[in-house]
Design a protein around this ligand. Structure first.
Ligand code: SAH
Length: 242
């Protein structure tokens, strides 16, 4: 079973949205498990304080290294499990990393709050900093939920067999092609003819070409990486399944 252990000052935020729909059903049926542990339980002083003012001055508060380290140690996670710290300074989370995390035993995830966490605990406990984007959240919880959601939907049996992760945005280094469904005519806009042609090779080629054009236009960074890999296909020759 894939396990997530979350260290947070707000355990009541979990499972939150992950208790619903696909992830929620998978949680109930035991495909994965989620343990949210209160960092405050590791506080030792009589006020149960978890934070203190930043050394060197400045606004806000910082999560204490000793308290957080004690919380991590008390969680007693197996050494092979990744230890992540949600952090805007971290490596941006990518679909390949999500796939890796989903294939493993499941991570320990530390959620920061306030101005962040004492640098020494990051080093002493070997935390891998992971970001969900170049913006600042008020805490790591929503970032942790996003990371877990991305992982859980890839676990075997969670999504229907039709919605495998293989064809989606990023898994191939490309954004996904446009999707359509009925009605055939929506306010005068019709579904592209090729998609109703029944010609699977042409459909695959069209989707591939759309995905490449979209990626090129919207995400030159992804496109450059793709070209760098030198595996861009000629869409006219593409006969892969769509
Ligand atoms: N002062 C810090 C931001 C602290 S935000 C800085 O400028 O880097 C408080 C907490 O929210 C962080 O410790 C982290 O756990 C979480 N957080 C904020 N933005 C995040 C992001 N983009 N990705 C992942 N976690 C984030």
């Amino acid at each position: 079973m894939w396990r997530a252990t979350v260290l947070t000052l707000f355990p009541e935020m979990f499972p939150g949205p992950l208790g619903i729909s696909l992830a929620g059903r998978a949680l109930t049926s035991g495909v994965w498990s989620l343990e949210a542990r209160d960092i405050r339980n590791a506080a030792t002083d009589k006020h149960r304080s978890v934070d203190d003012t930043p050394a060197g001055g400045g606004p806000g508060m910082v999560l204490r290294a000793d308290v957080l380290a004690a919380a991590i140690d008390a969680a007693n996670v197996a050494p092979e499990r990744p230890r992540l710290l949600m952090s805007p300074r971290g490596a941006p989370l990518t679909q390949p990393r999500v796939m890796e995390l989903a294939e493993g035993p499941g991570p320990l995830i530390v959620c920061g709050r306030f101005e962040g966490v004492d640098q020494r605990v990051i080093e002493a406990r070997g935390l891998e900093e992971v970001s969900v984007g170049d913006y600042v959240l008020s805490g790591g919880e929503i970032a942790a939920l996003a990371l877990m959601d991305a992982c859980v939907r890839l676990l075997p049996g969670v999504m229907g067999k039709l919605s495998s992760g293989a064809d989606e945005s990023f898994s191939d280094g490309l954004l996904e092609y446009p999707q359509y469904t009925r009605p055939q005519d929506f306010e005068g806009r019709t579904i592209p003819d090729v998609l109703v042609s029944g010609d699977h090779a042409r459909i695959a080629a069209w989707r591939r070409a759309e995905a490449e054009a979209l990626t090129r236009a919207r995400r030159p960074d992804l496109w450059a990486a793709k070209i760098g890999q030198n595996i861009v296909s000629d869409p006219r020759k593409d006969t892969t399944k769509g």
